[in-house]
Write a protein that binds this ligand. Structure first.
Ligand code: HEC
Length: 462
């Protein structure tokens, strides 16, 4: 997975998109937060930490008062931290005591001390909400366990704003997937997914209510559900499961404190594995939507996860330069592969289930043993590899040299080089006779897999 330092600073319409499946409304989003709903300061209902206060802190304070940077020795990344004094030793929040709560004073005081530092004061309405919340006792309206959980996890799921009708500029295609049947493909958009006709590059549909960016897409085995890894960099991530036909959300799982970069559905099973930029791998039981396991063995972004075809092993790749293997019966770490010596971007298990294949910033495709992480072979790519898939007996790789490659696993020979993108090839999918790739510049390409012939390309921009 690539890193994108530049957020896309767009102004979008503050419209709400009611595209939740009606039958699952309660189950998926018992407490849907409407992002643009004006907070009603005079309402009789108490101010909610989860619904109102967490969002104010996340938007205005977290960048300087989080786990990575804690200015003034003070953190607001969860409720428990919010209550602990920083360097000044002054109590930031004292329930029901508005005048003794240093945090409140800091919102309205002289500009030299006012928060957020080096910025305009918060809107009056938000200050009033914070104040009323303290007045009402500064309570936490969640479970005890959630007091220590990141803000993004305790906030109710968002109903996202509508995407702009037309994009001012193309977006990097961080995820692309073929729709079962082979006639359409899906690309990542801005707060949406775009569905295209492969034959003529025409936009067929738009699926709204997706996180700001999408990093991975997968269909369930029956082709009915589309599983989407998405999020807002540095703020929150989640996996949204859509009814593809209806284009509505049926379930929201795997909420993370940063974007979810990859997902993998257990073959013939009910489990979902996710990889997030908060460094965690989460295993979710799709029937209950519950997180049944959290694996914290990576020291940096987990960029990719994949199951072995028999489901007995899970492999992961990370920006911490390692790739790992877990035994899924006990969720134990079995092996760590350090052969890349650089960030690892994607990983799969080779057919035969003996070997993992991984690509990364060392410009190579590595093949190594699942049992003891010993290296079997490597293939040079000339540039950073971003995405990797196994298709039949070949590995398909998308790389920063603007090319995709088909590498025969039996011989390690490059069978085809697919050219056309004018910038990094970031994402790919292969199905039947077709290979599709997405680029940093927002281009989509379709090739014939067996002879490498280009079949079409377009800019995936509404
Ligand atoms: C651009 C960075 C920045 C942002 C954004 C920011 N702060 Fe701060 N904050 C600081 C710095 C630097 C200090 C330490 C210097 C000081 O005390 O003024 C500080 C100190 C504080 C302290 C005093 C901690 C102590 O005990 O010494 C509080 C309380 C605080 N901030 C609250 C907030 C709140 C609430 C917000 C959001 C509304 C916020 N800050 C946003 C930079 C920031």
């Amino acid at each position: 997975m690539p890193r994108f330092a530049q957020p896309f600073l767009w102004i979008w319409l503050p419209l709400l998109v009611p595209n939740l499946c009606p039958t699952s409304l309660e189950q998926a989003c018992g407490m849907l937060l409407q992002v643009e709903e004006p907070a009603d300061v005079d309402a009789a209902t108490p101010v909610s930490f989860r619904r109102e206060i967490a969002a104010i802190l996340l938007d205005n304070c977290l960048a300087c008062h989080g786990t990575r940077k804690a200015e003034g020795g003070y953190r607001v990344d969860n409720y428990q931290e919010l209550l602990k004094p920083g360097d000044s030793g002054m109590e930031p929040i004292v329930g029901s005591e508005v005048d003794n709560s240093e945090l409140l004073r800091r919102l309205t005081c002289d500009v030299s001390e006012r928060m957020p530092a080096d910025d305009d004061p918060l809107p009056k309405q938000q200050i009033a909400l914070m104040r009323r919340w303290v007045e009402e006792g500064a309570h936490f309206d969640g479970s005890d366990a959630e007091r220590e959980q990141p803000l993004g996890l305790v906030m109710p799921p968002l109903e996202y704003p509508a995407a702009p009708e037309k994009y001012p500029a193309p977006l990097p295609i961080t995820a692309v997937a073929m729709v079962p049947g082979g006639e359409q493909l899906i690309t990542s958009g801005y707060h949406e997914l775009l569905v295209w006709s492969i034959a003529d590059g025409r936009m067929v549909r738009r699926i709204p209510n997706v996180g700001e960016r999408t990093y991975a897409l997968a269909f369930t085995a029956d082709g009915k559900r589309l599983v989407v890894a998405c999020g807002e960099p540095g703020r929150r991530g989640e996996v949204r499961i859509f009814d593809f036909e209806q284009g509505c959300v049926v379930q929201i799982v795997s909420r993370a404190a940063d974007v979810v970069l990859d997902l993998a559905l257990q073959p013939n099973g009910q489990k979902l594995a996710t990889a997030a930029a908060d460094g965690l791998i989460r295993i979710i039981d799709l029937e209950s939507g519950e997180e049944i396991q959290t694996l914290a063995s990576h020291a940096d972004w987990v960029t990719a996860v994949a199951w072995s075809p028999d489901g007995t092993h899970l492999v992961s790749a990370s920006r911490d330069k390692s790739a790992k293997v877990y035994d899924t019966s006990r969720w134990e770490l079995v092996a760590s592969y350090l052969g890349h010596g650089a960030a690892v971007r994607d990983i799969v298990v080779a057919p035969g289930q003996q070997h993992a294949l991984s690509v990364g910033a060392d410009n190579k495709l590595h093949r190594w043993s699942l049992s003891d992480a010993s290296k079997v072979s490597e293939v040079g790519l000339t540039a950073e590899g971003f995405a990797l898939r196994v298709h039949e007996q070949s590995a398909m790789v998308a790389a920063a040299d603007q090319r995709l490659r088909k590498i025969e696993l039996s011989s390690n020979a490059v069978a085809h080089v697919f050219e056309g993108p004018t910038s990094w090839a970031l994402s790919l999918d292969a199905s039947g006779e077709l290979l599709v790739g997405g680029s940093l510049a927002g281009e989509v390409f379709v090739w014939n897999l067996s002879d490498g012939q280009p079949l079409g390309n377009w800019l995936a921009k509404p």
